[in-house]
Design a protein around this ligand. Structure first.
Ligand SMILES: Cc1cc2nc3c(=O)[nH]c(=O)nc-3n(C[C@H](O)[C@H](O)[C@H](O)COP(=O)(O)OP(=O)(O)OC[C@H]3O[C@@H](n4cnc5c(N)ncnc54)[C@H](O)[C@@H]3O)c2cc1C
Length: 412
């Protein structure tokens, strides 16, 4: 399909209700409002800025955020990362390496504190006259015809929208209220995240595949963002007992570089624990409703693509709506057809990586590492880049120009 030029405000008059004002919902609100939509953003948390730990933004997500004009705000606090590697417990490389250069300056990933990212998004939301943001507003129901019910400060409200967007995370109300053919699978696998006052020396991001599972590290400002899996029974027991000392000791034995990182953690409450829930939907749309982000495709965190994919969703949704402003159902059908296969491939890739990380029994790990190392040599740098490009789901340069709304950018 060729490039075509968008009118200045193609979504003028479109009333959009977005449930969820975190990364996916806030970015979608900005992308839609920039095209003229009249957006109501409903977020149940009264002051959603205080979210913990870090996040790795990849070129696809960065492209959307830079396109929205947030580059300088993100660069102020984010750490640009040029290498994302998998290593073994002895720090020998297993997989990965350089972030490919996608063009237009999109040649890096970025580690950033989530609260910095959310603050940048919410400041932009506050400055956008096309967005009416309501915090402390908890959505309780929605219909495929566009009626949304929410409660705020003890009162119940209804609003009517032309489009309802569910950006309300893994336990989405909007998903529950519609016919999306959704399946939410609890994996029983817990991940732990935290910020440590110890700053790793490297400016790269890595994850170590150890006999206990995964220990990942990313430098953020003068701190270190770390994330670990906790499937090993010993780790699970330490977490169940809220035993920080045992958690530290187990990791220090399995992966000594974790020692100074975890030493800086003062209390168990500084660890964020999340069970991985996988969400698969037969459709991301139902009538006037559309899902994005974790509401549509929550996944294992192993490719670091959950939030990045949510940002891609918002960009594609806005572009498809703008392409046929008078035909909402055609635009939503194209959104679904364009996003579901890409997001599913990432979900499957992340699940495959997660099962490799936890291959049982651990005695097989050296064979696993040698095989993965050998395979990555065989496919070479070009093959690895092809795979990474696939996980970006959309061309990052298209995402950048589409989010910027440069002329003649709508190619599919
Ligand atoms: C250990 C770990 C590491 C990860 N690392 C990365 C990474 O490096 N890179 C990456 O891209 N992704 C990563 N992810 C995934 C990423 O965190 C999620 O995919 C992302 O946060 C999803 O964003 P979202 O906006 O779709 O949903 P959420 O962040 O879940 O936001 C949903 C919002 O909706 C609100 N809400 C919910 N219900 C209602 C309601 N009824 N009414 C009103 N508001 C409501 C919530 O309060 C929340 O603000 C990681 C995940 C884990 C567990």
């Amino acid at each position: 399909m060729g490039a075509r030029e968008e009118p200045a405000r193609p979504l003028e008059g479109l009333r959009v209700a977005i449930t969820g004002g975190a990364i996916g919902g806030a970015a979608a609100a900005l992308l839609l409002a920039a095209r003229g939509a009249q957006v109501t953003l409903l977020e149940r948390v009264e002051q959603p800025r205080a979210v913990g730990a870090g996040i790795l933004l990849q070129p696809n997500g960065l492209a959307v955020l830079y396109g929205l004009g947030l580059e300088s705000a993100l660069r102020r606090y984010g750490t640009c990362v040029n290498q994302i590697a998998v290593i073994d417990a002895a720090r020998r490389p297993v997989l990965g390496g350089a972030v490919p250069d996608y063009g237009a300056g999109l040649d890096h990933a970025m580690g950033i504190h989530r609260s910095r990212l959310l603050a940048a998004l919410l400041d932009a939301v506050a400055a956008e006259p096309g967005i009416n943001a309501r915090f402390g507003a908890s959505v309780t129901g929605a219909t495929a015809a566009g009626e949304v019910t929410y409660s705020q400060h003890g009162a119940t409200h209804h609003l009517l929208a032309d489009l309802v967007v569910g950006a309300d995370g893994v336990h989405s109300r909007i998903r529950d209220a519609g016919a999306f053919g959704a399946e939410a699978r609890h994996t029983g696998v817990t991940y732990v995240r935290g910020m440590s006052g110890y700053r790793v020396e490297t400016s790269d991001c890595y994850e170590a595949w150890t006999r206990l599972g995964l220990f990942g590290v990313c430098p953020v400002e003068d701190q270190t963002y770390f994330f670990t899996s906790a499937q090993a029974p010993t780790l699970a027991a330490a977490l169940a007992a809220r035993d920080l000392e045992a958690f530290r000791r187990l990791w220090a034995d399995a992966f000594p570089p974790s020692r100074p990182i975890l030493r800086e953690i003062e209390s168990f409450d500084q660890l964020l624990l999340n069970e991985v829930v996988q969400v698969h939907c037969r459709s991301y749309v139902d009538g006037r409703s559309a899902l994005l982000g974790d509401a549509a495709h929550a996944m294992y965190p192993n490719l670091g693509q959950g939030a990045n994919s949510a940002l891609v969703d918002g960009a594609v949704l806005a572009a498809e709506l703008a392409a046929t402003p008078g035909d909402l159902s055609a635009a939503l059908a194209r959104y679904d057809a364009r996003r579901r296969p890409g997001a599913r491939a990432v979900q499957d890739g992340a699940a495959r990586l997660a099962s490799l990380v936890h291959l049982h029994p651990p005695v097989l790990h050296p064979v696993r590492n040698a095989t993965v190392r050998g395979l990555s040599r065989v496919i070479g740098r070009a093959g690895t880049e092809r795979q990474l490009r696939k996980y970006q789901q959309e061309d990052p340069t298209w995402l950048l120009s589409s989010a910027r709304r440069a002329p003649a950018t709508i190619t599919a």
